[in-house]
Design a binder for this molecule. Structure first.
Ligand code: NAP
Length: 224
């Protein structure tokens, strides 16, 4: 995929969204930070541009929009909102996302017990997204096992990303974006398999608390 693709990050003002925005902007993609409010999106863009300026990286291709305009302008969209707002956000953007790839990073955490696996009845957040958006949207689940703090650091990451989705080409596109973000990405099967990846995050949260760290996962015995 050429890095002329426009990537919208919906709910991109938060922890994971700003981390991904930074990584993809750094890799030369045109990135739109989406928000419920234009003002908040502009604030996030200004912060990102200041950070990139500081490091001498050109970030003119980062823009601010409300989520609806961002989804409409995107070639590829990533959804980075908490699970509690996953369904309502997808329902409101369903029309704008038709025919596109939607990268779903959502972990279906149920506070306060976020270190306990509590998957939804439908199987996973990724499956819920695919059901809401319909077959004309290629939902690809990724990045659930990466701590936002590492993405925000901007340096090379010794961390793998398992990529699930029903369409192989869409998965390959997202694997390219994972690599552009400085991580290794792997095909990990259909969207039904997102359940395993999403569940793994609660284990990692438990490990983070136990060992005071920001753990990720790493595959062994596989060459890219
Ligand atoms: P966050 O910072 O708490 O929130 C992200 C954004 O969600 C906010 O900036 C906000 O954007 C939007 N939002 C908040 N309330 C909303 C509502 N009622 N309706 C629509 N949008 C709303 O979340 P996060 O930590 O970045 O996590 C985002 C997603 O990434 C989650 O699903 C999480 O499971 C997943 N994830 C996070 C991490 C991590 O380390 N944080 C790691 C892996 C996966 P606006 O106010 O600008 O609209």
């Amino acid at each position: 995929m050429s890095n002329s693709a426009v990537i919208a990050i919906l709910g991109g003002t938060g922890n994971l969204g700003t981390g991904l925005a930074r990584r993809w902007a750094q890799a030369g993609y045109r990135v739109i930070i989406g928000s419920r409010t234009q003002e908040k999106a502009e604030h996030a863009v200004a912060e990102l541009k200041a950070l990139m300026d500081e490091r001498g990286v050109d970030a003119v291709a980062v823009e601010a929009m409300d989520n609806q305009s961002a989804a409409e302008a995107a070639d590829i969209a990533a959804l980075t909102v908490p699970f509690a707002h996953h369904r309502s956000t997808l329902e409101s953007l369903r029309g704008a996302l038709q025919g596109k790839i939607l990268i779903d990073v959502t972990v279906p955490l149920v506070p306060p017990k976020v270190a306990r696996v509590q998957l939804p009845e439908e199987g996973s957040a990724g499956q819920i997204a695919q059901e809401i958006l319909g077959d004309d949207v290629k939902v690809v689940s990724a990045f659930q096992n990466v701590a936002a703090v590492h993405l925000q650091e901007g340096s090379e990451l010794d961390c793998d990303v398992l990529v699930c989705g029903n369409n192989k080409e869409a998965r390959a596109t997202v694997i390219n974006l994972v690599e552009a973000a400085g991580l290794r990405g792997f095909h990990a099967g259909s969207i039904a398999n997102a359940a395993a990846v999403e569940a793994m995050t609660s284990l990692l949260i438990f490990i983070n608390k136990q060992y005071q760290c920001h753990a990720g996962i790493k595959l062994t015995g596989v060459d890219e």
